[in-house]
Design a protein around this ligand. Structure first.
Ligand SMILES: [Cu+2]
Length: 142
């Protein structure tokens, strides 16, 4: 598994993301990448992010599979659970990590990963719609 390592030896451009759930399970999907699911666990009760970070820094949050982790673009995080994901952030852009359940879209469950510099992203095509230049279907105009 090239590009995967533990502790302070993160390879340049790699990203470790810890995704925590809530009282219900969540299905997170990442655009722009596939990621390695190196660990998933379910905690006994709702746990504050700061405590999750403490557990992780002590190495007692979840055991990691750095030998044969599964490669996915979607992961299920169990209720009161945590998933540790790793991927090499080598695709410049703004990439959405979001819960697949529509009802959570406005509840702060979405994350944007900004990878690279703005100059790394190709410019929009000349005819790309601008704000105010697009008119949606009739049902948006009601
Ligand atoms: Cu999506």
């Amino acid at each position: 598994m090239a590009g995967l390592c533990e502790g302070g030896n993160e390879p340049a451009g790699s990203l470790k993301a810890i995704v925590s759930g809530s009282d219900s399970g969540h299905v997170f999907h990442l655009h722009g990448y596939s990621f390695y699911v190196v660990g998933v666990t379910q905690l006994k009760e709702p746990t504050a992010l700061s405590h999750i970070q403490q557990l992780d820094s002590r190495g007692s949050l979840v055991s990691r599979n750095l030998v044969s982790p599964v490669l996915k673009d979607t992961v299920t995080v169990p209720s009161n659970g945590v998933a540790v994901l790793r991927f090499k952030a080598d695709n410049p852009g703004y990439w959405l990590l979001h819960d697949q359940h529509v009802s959570y879209w406005t509840n702060g469950f979405d994350v944007i990963f900004h990878v690279g510099r703005p100059s790394d992203v190709p410019p929009a095509p000349q005819d790309f719609p601008k704000c105010g230049s697009w008119i949606g279907p009739e049902f948006f105009l009601i």
